[in-house]
Design a protein around this ligand. Sequence first.
Ligand SMILES: CC(C)(COP(=O)(O)OP(=O)(O)OC[C@H]1O[C@@H](n2cnc3c(N)ncnc32)[C@H](O)[C@@H]1OP(=O)(O)O)[C@@H](O)C(=O)NCCC(=O)NCCS
Length: 161
Amino acid sequence: MSGRSRLSVRRARAGDVAGVAAMRRALLAEHADDRIFGRLRRDVGRRNLGAVRAALSQDDRLVLVAAAGAALVGTLECAVARNHALLTSEHVGYLSAVYVRPSARGRGVLTRMVSMAERWCRARRLTELRLHTGANNPLSNVVWERLGFAVAEHTRLRAIA
Ligand SMILES: CC(C)(COP(=O)(O)OP(=O)(O)OC[C@H]1O[C@@H](n2cnc3c(N)ncnc32)[C@H](O)[C@@H]1OP(=O)(O)O)[C@@H](O)C(=O)NCCC(=O)NCCS
């Protein structure tokens, strides 16, 4: 489908809501075994569409899509997130909902989306990008290292019920 089509990266538009939501569902499906992201609500479809619509309407959020012809093959969200109140840099850029369709992987789609998000953050005078990765997602850990994201903290979880 999108294997050899020319790729472009742009800001998502209202008409992309369903396509972005579908990629976010595909991302969750690929992480069904994840200790955190495997716990889906029953109404995940409705909530997912609402979350994408909301993100598209907020000035402090950037939703990107990568397109190959008419098909959407990648997405990434970047939000202006508040930093710890006692620390310098009041806000940081926070990346999430990152997904590239298998057919388009390894062609620099993520690299291009991160570059665009970085420019968007620099324009807002943000000095840092952050994100979380799953502990059991070795591919994403390799990829983010390649893109210059070092591990800065670990999230620990203990179920109490
Ligand atoms: C992780 C993911 C977003 C990468 O997207 P992508 O468009 O294929 O990434 P890029 O082509 O821009 O590659 C970025 C870097 O990672 C490297 N890389 C990409 N795929 C790789 C692989 N399978 N093995 C090793 N390195 C890889 C690339 O070589 C590149 O590094 P370089 O510039 O030093 O050569 C994509 O594989 C994906 O959507 N995976 C499933 C969803 C997921 O895990 N998302 C969570 C991310 S937190």
